[in-house]
Write a protein that binds this ligand. Structure first.
Ligand SMILES: NC(=O)c1ccc[n+]([C@@H]2O[C@H](COP(=O)([O-])OP(=O)(O)OC[C@H]3O[C@@H](n4cnc5c(N)ncnc54)[C@H](O)[C@@H]3O)[C@@H](O)[C@H]2O)c1
Length: 267
């Protein structure tokens, strides 16, 4: 999709990290931003910072796990800007690390509600608006953990695989009825953000400990601004998968090799 000044992008989880980086990257291209986050204080800080950068921005407190809250986000977007072109379903959290048999049901429910159903609510709410417009794009944030196994992170791993799968299918469904509307899934490796800290603050009983990065992938840590540039280029190129970070391609390749080897054995 061609990104142009005057377009409007909604970014969930936009108060921090990858979402904030995307908002700043799109905003620097003249795209107007609707910044959505569950943390009101963080949202005020982020909208103030974007405004100082010259970005036209509206902040809307939103819980992506609640369909009514996402409907309010869409109403606010249309009421304020009158259009929407890009929807970044990016909000997310991470749970405590443990082998699958020690993961708590609350951790599963929390991650499924935000990381999977948050994307579902974003798509079901905004797809009619993009289709009516005839052009537009969804960017769903998953993770390298949606392309390979991530030991000690099964709830995260499972929801990220789900977001990769639903986005591949969604893109085909959208293109079939409106060739100018599509979807991409963002699968980064490690990114320097406050994911662990924010998750623990939001849900102290199940959020990941603030120490260290939750994603145990080899290689360097991406900067959110650098990731935003790669992502904007990926959207402009209509890439279905936007993959970034050291070790991610090798991990995904190893998973595919293992699958193909097992298929060969069964043949
Ligand atoms: N940081 C990494 O290494 C990394 C790697 C791959 C994928 N990701 C994914 O990227 C996305 C963004 O994470 P980040 O690393 O920028 O973390 P972050 O904590 O900096 O940003 C996530 C934002 O989402 C918000 N949020 C949480 N629950 C919400 C809800 N219910 N409704 C609305 N907003 C909510 C948080 O308040 C926070 O501002 C997540 O989905 C994460 O899983 C992160």
């Amino acid at each position: 999709m061609r990104i142009e000044p005057g377009q409007v992008a909604v970014v969930t989880g936009g108060a921090s990290g990858i979402g904030y980086g995307l908002a700043a990257g799109l905003g620097s291209r003249g795209v107007k931003i609707v910044l959505a986050d569950i943390r009101q204080a963080g949202l005020i800080e982020a909208t103030t910072a974007l405004t100082a950068l010259g970005v036209e921005v509206l902040g809307v407190v939103t819980d992506v796990g609640d369909p009514e809250s996402v409907a309010h986000l869409a109403d606010s977007t249309m009421g304020h800007f009158g259009r929407v072109d890009i929807v970044c379903n990016n909000a997310g959290v991470v749970g405590a690390q443990a082998p699958m048999w020690e993961q708590q049901p609350q951790t599963w429910q929390w991650l499924i509600n935000i990381k999977l159903m948050g994307v579902v609510h974003g798509v079901t709410t905004f797809a009619p608006l993009l289709l009516q417009h005839g052009t537009g794009h969804f960017l769903n944030t998953a993770s390298a953990g949606g392309l390979m196994p991530l030991p000690t992170m099964t709830p995260y791993n499972a929801t990220m695989h789900a977001v990769v799968g639903l986005t591949e299918t969604l893109n085909l469904e959208l293109r079939a009825v409106a060739p100018g509307v599509g979807a991409s899934v963002l699968c980064p490796g490690r990114v320097a953000t406050g994911l662990g800290t924010n998750s623990q603050a939001l849900e102290p009983s199940v959020g990941a400990a603030a120490t260290g990065n939750p994603q145990d992938l080899a290689g360097s840590v991406l900067d959110p601004a650098e990731l935003a540039e790669l992502t904007v280029a990926g959207i402009a190129a209509d890439a279905v998968h936007i993959v970034a970070g050291a070790g991610v391609a090798a991990g995904a390749q190893a998973r595919m090799d293992s699958l193909l080897r097992d298929l060969d054995l069964g043949a």
